[in-house]
Design a protein around this ligand. Sequence first.
Ligand code: NAI
Length: 328
Amino acid sequence: TRTPVNVTVTGAAGQIGYALLFRIASGHLLGADVPVKLRLLEIPQGMKAAEGTAMELDDCAFPLLKGIDIFDDPNKGFEGANVALLVGARPRTKGMERGDLLSANGGIFKPQGAAINAHAADDIKVLVVGNPANTNALIAQAAAPDVPAERFTAMTRLDHNRAISQLAAKTGAAVSDIKRLTIWGNHSATQYPDIFHAEIAGKNAAEVVSDEQWLADTFIPTVAKRGAAIIEARGASSAASAANAAIDHVHTWVNGTAAGDWTSMGIPSDGSYGVPEGIISSFPVTTKDGKYEIVQGLDINEFSRARIDASVAELVEERDAVRELGLI
Ligand code: NAI
């Protein structure tokens, strides 16, 4: 029998947490044969609701779920963690400036990074979901100097999945026929969903679509603003689709990408494609044996270059802002 994998989830009492925990416990995060122990981290006001969710998890009698503990102290929450999903964050409220938002999140992600550094397992893998995800991941990573930087990742898989869905709807293809799509840059409105290297049933997606105006005026803004469209329609932000993407991100990282395909992950840049080293930006990556590699050698046309540069410029600004605030 395998030793259970310790999975820490922050923001466990939130709406993404509610959509996420049951899927982790039923084996979708790591595999149908991998037992898990959940460590839920909340703030004191969220503890009671997290306990309620834990009661429901008990009531599912999931065979793979070997324990649930709930904490409001990050030092305890990340103890022995093999996988950490950092979902809880401070949302932007009305009239909040970017600096205020970054400081408020620095107050969450800096101590969480330090707690991961001090208490997580040596093989810790971190996914940051809470926004601004890329920069929150950078803050946590900077606070964890003893953990290899590449273990800190940010979620752009929801954007990736949204782009696949939009492209399938446009072309009438099955989602499973779409490969090699890439989200570049920041998980924000400046992100760039790139179909120039994507394939639809083996054919180049940009050639299949063959409509640059649709790409520029419909596809890209629809994917980039999908979060706002969901809020408008549901009256609440994406939760089940975000949880699903978090599951996909970690599952792919741990279990590998399919031959001939890749995925999108926000990861510390090594300087590839002119993205400044160290910022956490989305790239096309392949994964194998729990490690990822940036897909190299892609030809970046002018259309793509301008959009990648714009999103990366935003990430550099965010990095400079958190540096000025002393958060990294
Ligand atoms: P929510 O407000 O329903 O839940 C957040 C939970 O985090 C609350 O229960 C809160 O008590 C908890 N929390 C706050 N500070 C905490 C801390 N320091 N430690 C532990 N828990 C803490 O929010 P929801 O809808 O679950 O979203 C969570 C985050 O995910 C938001 O920042 C949202 O913007 C982001 N998000 C990211 C997406 C992505 O694609 N990267 C997609 C959708 C949402």
